[in-house]
Design a protein around this ligand. Structure first.
Ligand code: SF4
Length: 401
């Protein structure tokens, strides 16, 4: 066999763009309104330098997924976004059919931009719609309306995108069970290939958190949220979107291959502020401060550390991580694969806890022997998994999304 025929290892790439046109009231992602276009150009240059630093380490890999997320990647000046994409393609060995996703805010896309993205190899778009109800969108301080979303979505189809994700949220201010169902009816009629549905979590440091009491008063209670989630799973299944992960639903053949890498514990490299990586048996993340990140990459003499956390993943940790990630998937965890990977029995190690959740209806064991969470179990998956793995810190909240 010639050397060229030896299959290369596969790698996912993530690039974080920490810029948005304005800050949504619930958002705790690392994103802010940029100073100006020049500042964003500097950031793109820093990311390109950073990627170049990993060129040799990634030489042995074929990149089969790329995900540019944020923030709002489409908030970058068009030329900068194109420059970044071209640099990714030049720096890494992308497979011919690599899944290449760009997250887009409906308020920031134009037909020329979408056409150019499609032309240079972006083949998947992910739209943050969140709701089809204008009152709910306003409460979230989203910049787009329902009508603007429809227009952006149609532009994406016209530009040739045949793999589109739409994000939806539930548990948001003023949303009722019926209004969520109307949003899901609206989205499924547009017929995207993929739908993600997240529960609003009110995080410290956000305007929602500062007005916690007032926000909670206009949000559905937990029982209604539970009904929303479980009914949404059935509704989406009926409309041709079977669930494959706690928050993700897709038409046959269109799961997000990039995100599956996270849940399957496969390798990926993340670039940009706060980006995480799992590479060569290590998990690490980069610093979150945009200015420091740029300075660290602009000056090779600098002593600003780029890496925030670096953890060689130990066997026991790897086991916990594997359980946490695999149990997010509807396919669940195969105890035989677990035993082959870690040399211990899943049932013998976690038997008592598994029994409790199986009997309580939060977990099932399929005929093929795999363990998985039921919809009710997924709704409280953080609680269940932290209990099984005895992680106290995850027990402090019940949400799973
Ligand atoms: S557009 Fe997304 S990343 Fe930006 S502020 Fe809103 S929720 Fe956060």
């Amino acid at each position: 066999m010639s050397f060229d025929l030896i299959p290369k290892k596969r790698l996912g790439l993530y690039v974080h763009i920490p810029f948005c046109l304005s800050k949504c009231a619930y958002c705790d992602f690392n994103s802010a309104v940029p100073e100006n276009d020049e500042f964003m150009g500097r950031y793109v240059s820093a990311v390109i330098t950073h990627m170049n630093n990993y060129r040799d380490a990634a030489k042995e890999y074929e990149v089969d997924t790329v995900f540019i997320g944020g923030g709002t990647p489409t908030a970058l000046p068009k030329a900068e976004l194109i420059r970044l994409i071209k640099a990714i393609k030049k720096t890494f060995n992308l497979t011919r059919y690599a899944e290449f996703t760009v997250e887009a805010n409906p308020a920031t896309v134009t037909l020329p931009l979408l056409k150019q993205l499609r032309r240079i190899g972006v083949n998947r778009l992910s739209f943050g719609m969140q709701s089809a109800n204008n009152r709910e969108l306003k409460a979230l301080s989203r910049r787009h309306t329902r009508q603007e979303f429809i227009e952006s979505y149609r532009l994406a189809r016209r530009a040739g995108f045949d793999n589109i994700n739409v994000d939806v949220m539930f548990g948001i201010p003023y949303q009722t069970f019926d209004s969520l169902m109307k949003t899901l009816d609206f989205v499924t009629r547009l017929s995207p290939e993929h739908i993600s549905m997240y529960n609003l979590k009110i995080e410290p440091g956000t305007p929602f958190y500062k007005n916690l009491k007032a926000v909670r008063e206009v949000c559905a209670d937990e029982d209604t949220e539970y009904a929303m989630y479980t009914e949404a799973i059935e509704f989406l299944e009926r409309r041709g979107y079977p669930q494959y992960e706690i928050s993700n639903f897709a038409r046959h053949g269109f799961p997000c291959i990039h995100n599956l890498k996270y849940w399957n514990c496969e390798e990926y490299l993340g670039f940009g502020v706060s980006a995480h990586s799992y590479f060569n048996g290590n998990r690490f993340s980069f610093i979150s401060d945009v200015k420091k990140y740029m300075e660290a990459l602009e000056d090779i003499e600098t002593d600003i550390p780029l890496t925030d956390e670096f953890d060689p993943v130990e066997s026991r940790e790897r086991m916990g991580e594997y359980i946490m990630l695999r149990m997010r998937l509807v396919d669940g965890l195969d105890p035989r694969a677990f035993a082959a990977k870690f040399g211990v029995s899943f049932e013998e190690t976690y038997g008592a806890k598994l029994k409790k959740y199986l009997q309580g209806g939060f977990m099932v064991r399929y005929n093929n022997g795999c363990y998985a969470l039921t919809p009710g179990g997924m709704f409280v998956s953080n609680y269940i998994l932290s209990d099984i793995l005895e992680f106290d810190d995850l027990c402090s909240y019940s949400g799973s999304f």
